[in-house]
Design a protein around this ligand. Structure first.
Ligand code: AMP
Length: 120
C-alpha cells in the first residue's frame, strides 16, 4: 500500500493538526488518543512514513525500529502503566482485517485499568 501523505497522523507530524503530546524524540511521537477506549490510551508513531508494521519492518532502518520499540516502553513508564505499575496492553492494527483506520504505523498503549478480553 502506498503511503498517504495526507493521513491524519502525517498532519499531526507536520504540525497541521494539534495533539496532546506525551513524548517526542528524533524518531517517534507519542500522544493521547482522541477517543480513548480505556483510562489511559496513548499512541506511539514513528516519524518516518510507514503505513503499518509490515512496511516498517521491511523498509525502516534498524535504528528506527529499535527507537520505535524502545519508545513504546518508555511512554508506558512515563504514563505509569509499565510492568511494575500494573501493566498495559499494546496493539497495532494492520490493514483491512486488522481494522486499521489511520494508514500510518501506530501502536496503541492501553492501561490504567484491567484491559479485559484479548480480542472481541
Ligand atoms: P486504528 O484503528 O488502529 O487505525 O486506530 C486509529 C486511532 O487513531 C483511533 O483510536 C482514533 O481514535 C485515533 N485518532 C484518530 N484521529 C486522531 C487524532 N487527531 N488525534 C489522536 N488520535 C486520533
Amino acid at each position: 500500500m502506498e503511503y498517504d501523505k495526507n493521513n491524519i497522523f502525517a498532519k499531526i507530524l507536520k504540525g497541521e493538526i494539534p495533539c496532546k503530546k506525551i513524548y517526542e524524540n528524533d524518531y517517534v511521537l507519542s500522544f493521547h488518543d482522541v477517543n480513548p477506549q480505556k483510562k489511559i490510551h496513548a499512541l506511539v508513531i514513528p516519524k518516518g512514513q510507514y503505513t503499518d508494521l509490515d512496511d516498517f519492518v521491511q523498509n525502516a532502518k534498524e535504528k528506527e525500529i529499535y527507537e520505535f520499540f524502545k519508545a513504546i516502553s518508555h511512554v508506558a513508564k512515563m504514563l505509569k502503566v509499565s510492568n511494575v505499575d500494573g501493566g498495559y496492553r499494546t496493539l497495532s492494527n494492520i490493514a483491512n482485517n486488522g481494522g486499521q483506520e489511520v494508514p500510518h504505523l501506530h501502536f496503541h498503549i492501553f492501561g490504567g485499568e484491567k484491559i479485559g478480553k484479548m480480542v472481541s
